[in-house]
Ligand binder design. Structure first.
Ligand SMILES: CC(C)(COP(=O)(O)OP(=O)(O)OC[C@H]1O[C@@H](n2cnc3c(N)ncnc32)[C@H](O)[C@@H]1OP(=O)(O)O)[C@@H](O)C(=O)NCCC(=O)NCCS
Length: 201
């Protein structure tokens, strides 16, 4: 299945039957069913759905995007080098403007058809296209810390910010006692390589 044969519609389109959407993960389903509307109204994130053009109420997949930043000064040296590998040193910035791809979900009826992969590609094209309205260098995903999922994102060119959970908790100011276990891992992809070859070769 090719997403170019599907129709992209924003949260709020009247024909959508969001309650019927089921990607198999309760937290993502709950977000679309109950929270995406308010989240968008509060300008925290914009949600989009792919539908089959002839059946616009049936959601094939959904995702949310929001602006984000990578705070370079909060990263240990080795991580700064890894995440900024393709950044010209003289252009070192305090933060890298980024796009957070959140709540990526493909309905269970359409899983394993490469839609997840195509949506990641689509979002990267969107936010690096000449008519994007602001600078956007990295794609960020906050992925559930599950091997098959980390694998899925890695196969799509995303890398872990940190190899250890401890380092990641420090960067995120995560308090285990207060916040519980860290269930997600930050991943990134430098989108500059969609536009030019590496400066490191
Ligand atoms: C993760 C997700 C978006 C992938 O969508 P997709 O369209 O099936 O992805 P693709 O077809 O491009 O890639 C499929 C690969 O992803 C991996 N994968 C990801 N999630 C998986 C899952 N829950 N079960 C099995 N494989 C999974 C598999 O390795 C699979 O490869 P395979 O088909 O060779 O076995 C989809 O599984 C989903 O909606 N999951 C539930 C919601 C979720 O966890 N979202 C991520 C939030 S961080």
């Amino acid at each position: 299945m090719n997403i170019l044969d599907l129709k992209l519609v924003p949260q709020g389109a009247p024909e959508l039957n969001i309650q019927a959407f089921d990607c198999g993960r309760k937290s993502v389903n709950d977000f679309f069913h109950n929270e995406a509307h308010d989240y968008q109204e509060e300008l925290f994130g914009k949600t989009y759905y792919w539908v089959i053009p002839e059946r616009p109420m049936d959601i094939v997949a959904g995702f949310t995007v929001a602006n984000a930043s990578i705070f370079t000064k909060r990263l240990p040296n080795a991580r700064q080098k890894k995440i900024g590998f393709e950044v010209h040193h003289e252009k070192g910035l305090i933060n890298y403007p980024s796009i957070l791809l959140a709540q990526l979900g493909v309905d269970i009826k359409y899983k394993g058809l490469n839609l997840g992969q195509q949506i990641i590609e689509f979002v990267m094209q969107w936010f690096t296209s000449p008519d994007n309205k602001s600078g956007c260098r990295h794609l960020i995903v906050d992925a559930y810390d599950e091997p098959h999922l980390l694998d899925f994102y890695q196969r799509n060119g995303l890398n872990l910010f940190f190899s250890s959970v401890e380092q990641e908790m420090e960067y995120r100011n995560w308090d285990k006692e207060k916040d519980g276990a860290l269930e997600t891992r930050l991943m990134f992809r430098d989108m500059i390589l969609l536009k030019r070859p590496s400066i490191r070769r």
